[in-house]
Design a protein around this ligand. Structure first.
Ligand code: ADP
Ligand code: ZN
Ligand code: ZN
Length: 744
């Protein structure tokens, strides 16, 4: 009988052992040892027992058979990386640079078997009239969480428990007290026994518009021709993209296939998710970062067993072990959150494209402001482009005013509100309509400096200025360092030391002073520290419990406020001022999204964009909602400076404690790469200090490589990986970032 050997990636993340090791599969384990399985193996001279993942089997090992050791056992209680996951890991390892074991860990967010959890559902036990009465009572007693839940039960008589406590932000105490009063019942089922069907509230089906059915029929036709492709849906908010996603999913489900829908975590709100539960019932599962490992395991296990067919979640939902996925959708495909911040720094859009190819799935990208990457591919014909231009709910596009802040100053208006904005705010508050004020920065201040000598107060651990917060507190946004505002300048002893005031906290104070009668909510990183804060602020504003919502970019993403008729963008240039090749794109996206928040309901809306650079192309095109115009100008700039997507860019970051040694090390790596750089005609910038040259007491250096051909950059990465494998130096950390989302 022929012998079988397994190629095993061991559970140690180090370049030196980052290759498959060969092991004999003992007779009794044959059939059990399959690719993706975690096994126990003897390793090294001491035969230390460690674990590893099988990535392939062979009858013809490369190593001398007589010296090959045997696998000891298959690890119990460990999840198998089935099907295409190992292939995805190999793809990620090669394309983004990491060890194979780190790539395997990326595609297997949960690796240990967990006990099955119970599934709970909240069910209304009384009539609609009684629910309404209870909701009114709770309203009267200002029990907001109760109101939210009771209202929701009026439109859905059953809601998954996890959505209520998670996304709807209702505490378990509140749920219990409603259960005690007999209004609701909590139904508990073991998840793996014959799951009870989620008796969904009758969904109101819309009939698709011509624009919508043109898309679904085109995709369908491609499937029928055995040729599912990649599609970009460029459609303004409210044009009916989500409705199209649902139809596309439904069509694949009918063919017995499954669907993965990626939504950036920040847009994964209750309102967005419940639509899918309504349509598809308990075939849907939702993944998000707040789930425990056990809950995540459970969702994946249900997918593996075929109990669910739709997974909704952020990037990691891509790794759902479906047997036969047929469609992968990226909503808000332009979002930065699709790029991983940790090594391996993969982009979900690219991994999704590979997964689609592996599984014969369609890939659908959707956005109101597509990424330059996707739109370029659409123009090149690599992606099919669909455009949706009409809002289906009525509502008109808002009137946009661009206000030049320099002129305001010349007129003697030193306030943060221009005359035009102030006038419109007065008007809306009079009419009882809602206002959103958007500021692209949190905290009450940018930097704190001395007005006499110009000295800037910096964080002792990072190369950034501290910012002033309420109560004369200075804080570092990178490491959390805190100190109090000094009474005098440490350099020249002048007392004229102050923060440049223009943050959300400052705006809130000012708004409250100007409009003491208005109810104000603020949403930024500081007010959303607790896991449910985000959803809670959004739902309070949506329920019209406040007149004005002030916030950072969080408030402009994925939420539909019908009562908002005025959006003020207080300082549109803040996101332009930093030295980043994607700054124009990000500003355009934010302004377009922010403007899109006004006038969603019956009343027309206004948008006021305040800026010091009214002529900047990103601001001009955003004020006209002119995506094409913006795209042309932005692409020309990327082309001129060889930035993505006109060229590919690899940023190699070096991190270490000793500044001098780190500089020498980056210089050394640069020399090692030089022949390949010359050979591939790659352009190189650096090595030099990163823009954030020190963070948490660690220094940072960076080298940029630019080439039209991605493969040339992969070759440079391989040279660096080989060098660090042969001459490892523990003092330094190297990170690869292909086509980064920002400059370093
Ligand atoms: P998007 O995802 O592009 O923002 P949605 O799919 O959420 O758009 O649609 C916006 C609104 O229009 C929703 O309230 C949705 O129910 C409604 N809608 C979508 N398609 C139709 C249609 N064909 N007929 C009527 N209403 C529709
Ligand atoms: Zn000074
Ligand atoms: Zn710091």
């Amino acid at each position: 009988m022929s012998e079988i050997f397994a190629k095993v990636i061991i559970e140690i993340s180090h370049e030196k052992v980052d290759r498959p090791f060969e092991y004999r599969v003992p007779e009794e384990l044959k059939g059990d040892v399959i690719p993706g399985r975690e096994v126990m193996i003897p390793f090294g001279a001491g035969n230390k027992v460690i674990s590893g993942y099988v990535i392939g089997l062979t009858e013809t090992p490369e190593f001398d058979k007589s010296k090959i050791k045997s696998i000891i056992s298959v690890k119990e209680k460990s999840v198998t990386a089935d099907g295409h996951l190992i292939a995805l890991a190999a793809f990620i390892r090669e394309k983004y640079g990491s060890t194979m074991i780190d790539a395997i860990k990326t595609v297997m967010p949960v690796r240990k078997v967990k006990k099955a959890v119970e599934k709970k559902t909240i069910i209304a036990k009384v009539t609609e009239a009684e629910l309404t009465e209870a909701a009114e009572g709770a309203e009267h007693r200002k029990q907001r969480a109760k109101v939210r839940l009771l209202r929701e039960l009026l439109s859905n008589s059953e809601i998954p428990y996890s959505l209520v406590t998670g996304k709807l932000n209702v505490s378990s105490q509140t749920v219990q007290s409603l259960e005690k009063s007999g209004l609701i019942e909590i139904e508990v089922t073991r998840q793996y026994r014959n799951p009870v069907t989620f008796r969904q509230a009758e969904e109101q089906r819309v009939s698709l518009s011509d624009e919508q059915s043109f898309i679904t029929e085109s995709v369908d036709r491609d499937f029928k021709n055995g040729n599912p492709g990649t599609y970009l849906i460029h459609g303004i908010t409210g044009s009916g993209k989500t409705e199209v996603y649902m139809k596309l999913i439904e069509d694949r489900l009918k063919e017995g296939r499954q669907a993965i829908l990626l939504i950036p975590e920040i847009s994964l709100t209750y309102q967005n998710v419940i639509r899918f539960y309504r349509r598809f019932g308990d075939k849907v599962s939702v993944m998000h970062s707040k789930l425990s490992d056990g809950e995540k395991y459970d969702q994946f296990e249900r997918a593996r067993k075929g109990e669910i067919s739709i997974m909704i979640g952020p990037s990691s939902a891509l790794f759902t072990p479906f047997a036969n996925p047929g469609i992968i959708i990226l909503a808000e495909e332009h979002e930065n959150a699709y790029k991983s911040e940790n090594m391996p720094k993969y982009h979900a859009r690219e991994v999704a494209a590979y997964l689609a190819k592996l599984t014969g799935s369609a890939l659908v990208l959707g956005s109101a402001t597509p990424s330059l990457e996707s739109y370029t591919k659409a123009l090149n014909g690599e992606i099919k482009l669909f455009t949706m231009t009409k809002r289906l709910t009525g509502g008109t596009l808002p009137d946009v005013d661009v206000v030049d802040l320099r002129e305001e100053l010349a007129k003697g208006n030193r306030s943060i509100f221009s005359e035009r904005l102030k006038e419109l705010m007065d008007d809306r508050l009079d009419k009882g309509e809602q206002i959103m004020l958007f500021l692209n920065r949190r905290g009450v201040a940018g930097f704190v400096s001395c007005r006499s000598c110009g000295h800037v107060i910096k964080c002792p651990h990072c190369d950034v200025s501290l910012s002033e917060h309420y109560g004369r507190k200075l804080m570092c946004h990178y490491c959390g360092y805190e100190t109090v505002m000094p009474a005098e300048c440490p350099e020249c002893k002048s007392k004229k030391i102050a923060g440049f005031k223009a943050g959300t906290e400052q705006i809130e104070e000012l708004v409250k002073k100007t409009y003491p009668q208005a109810i104000v909510l603020r949403m930024d990183a500081d007010t959303t520290k607790h896991k449910d804060d985000y959803e809670s602020i959004l739902s309070r504003f949506a329920n019209r419990e406040a007149d004005i919502l002030i916030g950072t970019q969080m408030i402009v993403k994925g939420h539909d406020f019908k009562g908002v008729t005025l959006v003020g963008i207080l300082a549109a240039d803040m996101s332009l001022s930093n030295n980043d090749f994607r700054a124009g794109e990000r500003t355009f996206q934010l302004l377009t999204q922010a403007a899109g928040r006004a006038g969603r309901g019956e009343n027309p809306g206004n948008v006021v964009i305040q800026t010091y650079q009214p002529d900047h192309y990103a601001i001009e095109f955003a004020s006209r909602q002119d995506y094409e115009g913006f795209y042309k100008e932005e692409y020309a700039y990327r082309e001129l400076s060889s930035y993505p997507p006109a060229a590919n860019l690899l940023a190699v970051q070096f991190i270490g404690e000793d500044r001098g040694a780190l500089e020498r090390f980056a210089g050394h790596i640069d020399t090692v790469c030089a022949p390949t750089v010359a050979d591939t005609k790659t352009r190189r910038v650096g090595p030099g200090p990163a823009m954030l040259s020190k963070k948490k007491d660690l220094y940072r250096q960076v080298i940029y490589f630019k080439n039209e051909d991605y493969e040339c950059l992969v070759r440079i990465k391989d040279v660096i990986e080989k060098e660090t494998e042969e001459n490892p130096d523990k003092r330094f950390n190297i990170m690869f970032d292909f086509n980064p989302m920002n400059s370093f």
